[in-house]
Write a protein that binds this ligand. Structure first.
Ligand SMILES: [Mg+2]
Length: 363
C-alpha cells in the first residue's frame, strides 16, 4: 500500500472556559489536521497544535512544513517500510515537531489499519484504560478553588494546578485549591517556567511546610535552564518533571545523564510524534525514570494518538490528556472514549478515527 496524497485542513474547537498558564491565555483550540490517503483507499488522520510560545510552531508554519516539505518526501512510499517513512519524515525539515507529530500519527493510524490492529497494541499493549487529570487554569485563588471543586464534581481525582506568575500569590492559589478539594484529590503543579531556581526551592519548601501533598512539579524554571532544573531537583524533596525542557530524545538523554529531573513529560507536539516518543520511553526506562504523556490544547483527534502511546508503555505512569475534557464539543467520530477522567482506548484498527466534523480544507 502506497501513500498517494496529503490533505490539510483547519479545525476549531471551542473550550469550556479560557485556558490560562504563565505563558498564555487561549479561548479555543485552533489546530491543523492532516489526512494521508493511500492507493487502497485508507485514510490516516493526524493533528498539530500551533503552540507558538512553547514549540514555535504556528498554523502557517505547520501547514507549509507539511505541504512543501513533508508531503513531497513521503508521497509514493510504501507503508510496508515504516523505517523509511519515519527517516524521511525526520529528515524532510529541521524542528517543526508539531507538523511531524501530525504526520507521524497519521502514518501509525495507517499502519494499524493495514494490519487490522489498534495502535496501542502495536506499540506494547500494556493497558487499555487510562485516568487523566484536569488542568485548573491560572487565575485568582478564589476562581481556581471554584474550578477545582467543579472538576472534582465531574469525577476528576487528580488536578493539575497552573502556577508560576507570582510566587507569593502562587502559594495562596495552591492553598485555596487544597482547602477547597481536601485530601482525597491528588494535586500536581505546573509553573510553566515561571520561577527562578531559587524562587522554586523557596516556594516548594513553603508548600511542604503547609503539609500539602504534591505528586510532582512540572517545569519550575526556564526551558533552557537545565542547571536550574537540576538545582531545584537537588534541593527539594518534591519530584520535579521536565516539560518545556524536553523536546527530543537527545534532550531526554541530557536530562537523564545529569539527573536534572525525576520525571519526564512526553508530548507528541514537542518530540515530533510516536516514533520519537518511543525513543524517549526507552531512554527513561534505561535510567529508571517514569514518564507522563501530556498534550497541548488539542482536540480528541491527536489526544487519542497520545492515549494510544500512553496505554502501550509501562514506563508511562502519569497521564495528562485533558484536551477533550477542556473542550466544549467533540468533532471526532471514533477513537478512544474520553469520559471525563476515564479514557477507554479504541479497539478498532489503527487509531480508530472514522471521521472529523467541521474541517476547513486548505486545498
Ligand atoms: Mg507543562
Amino acid at each position: 500500500m502506497k501513500i498517494t496524497n496529503f490533505r490539510i485542513a483547519e479545525l476549531q474547537v471551542p473550550l469550556k472556559k479560557p485556558f490560562k498558564t504563565a505563558l498564555r491565555s487561549v479561548e479555543y483550540i485552533d489546530d491543523v489536521v492532516v489526512e494521508i490517503h493511500t492507493d487502497e483507499g485508507l485514510v490516516g488522520y493526524g493533528e498539530a497544535a500551533p503552540t507558538v510560545v512553547i514549540t514555535g510552531d504556528s498554523k502557517g508554519g505547520i501547514t507549509a512544513a507539511i505541504r512543501d516539505h513533508v508531503a513531497p518526501a513521503l508521497i509514493g512510499l510504501s507503508l510496508d517500510a515504516p523505517e523509511t517513512i519515519f527517516g524521511r519524515l525526520d529528515g524532510a525539515i529541521l524542528k517543526n515537531t508539531s507538523a511531524k507529530a501530525a504526520v507521524d500519527m497519521a502514518i501509525y493510524d495507517l499502519i494499524g489499519q493495514s494490519l487490522g490492529v489498534p495502535v496501542y497494541k502495536l506499540l506494547g499493549g500494556f493497558r487499555d484504560t487510562l485516568e487523566t487529570d484536569l488542568t485548573i487554569s491560572l487565575n485568582q485563588p478564589g476562581e481556581m478553588a471554584v474550578d477545582a471543586i467543579e472538576a472534582v464534581e465531574r469525577g476528576y481525582k487528580t488536578l493539575k494546578i497552573k502556577l508560576g506568575k507570582d510566587p507569593q500569590l502562587d502559594l495562596k492559589r495552591l492553598m485555596a485549591v487544597a482547602d477547597a478539594v481536601g485530601e482525597q484529590v491528588s494535586l500536581r503543579l505546573d509553573a510553566n517556567q515561571g520561577w527562578t531556581a531559587k524562587e522554586a526551592v523557596r516556594i516548594l519548601g513553603k508548600i511542604q511546610d503547609q503539609g500539602i501533598a504534591i505528586e510532582f512539579v512540572e517545569q519550575p524554571v526556564a526551558a533552557h535552564d537545565f542547571e536550574g532544573l537540576k538545582y531545584v531537583t537537588d534541593n527539594t524533596e518534591l519530584a520535579i518533571m521536565a516539560d518545556e525542557s524536553l523536546f527530543s530524545p537527545a534532550d531526554a538523554l541530557k536530562l537523564l545523564q545529569v539527573r536534572a529531573v525525576d520525571l519526564l513529560n512526553i508530548k507528541l507536539m514537542k518530540c515530533g510524534g510516536i516514533n520519537q516518543a518511543l525513543k524517549i520511553c526507552m531512554l527513561a526506562e534505561l535510567y529508571g525514570v517514569e514518564c507522563m504523556v501530556g498534550c497541548m490544547l488539542e482536540s480528541k483527534l491527536s489526544v487519542n494518538a497520545a492515549a494510544h502511546l500512553a496505554a502501550a508503555k509501562s514506563v508511562v505512569r502519569y497521564v495528562d490528556l485533558d484536551g477533550p475534557g477542556l473542550s466544549l464539543t467533540d468533532p471526532v467520530d471514533g477513537g478512544s472514549a474520553f469520559d471525563e477522567a476515564r479514557i477507554l482506548i479504541s479497539q478498532s484498527p489503527g487509531l480508530g478515527v472514522k471521521a472529523v466534523e467541521g474541517l476547513h480544507y486548505l486545498d
